[in-house]
Design a protein around this ligand. Structure first.
Ligand SMILES: [Zn+2]
Length: 75
């Protein structure tokens, strides 16, 4: 092969790369939506156990003052 002529870059040199490092402000703005919110719980009207609102109590099986689930009692 001759030394003259058009030289092409190797393919790995064509990989897209960010020109600049993102600033801390830009990073932190991106993370402004990343916070998790704690799960809301309420006390069961029947047994007082913490339960999810609008869900059957997993401890006693009650919902809106009546038994809707048979819960196995474990010692
Ligand atoms: Zn309950």
């Amino acid at each position: 092969m001759s030394e003259t002529g058009i030289f092409y870059k190797k393919k790995e040199n064509f990989m897209a790369n960010p020109k600049r490092k993102h600033s801390k402000a830009r990073r932190d703005k991106r993370r402004s939506h990343d916070a998790l919110t704690p799960v809301q719980t309420m006390k069961c009207d029947h047994c007082g156990e913490a339960k999810l609102p609008h869900k059957v109590c997993s401890a006693c099986g009650y919902y809106k003052g009546r038994q809707v689930l048979a819960v196995r009692i474990t010692a």
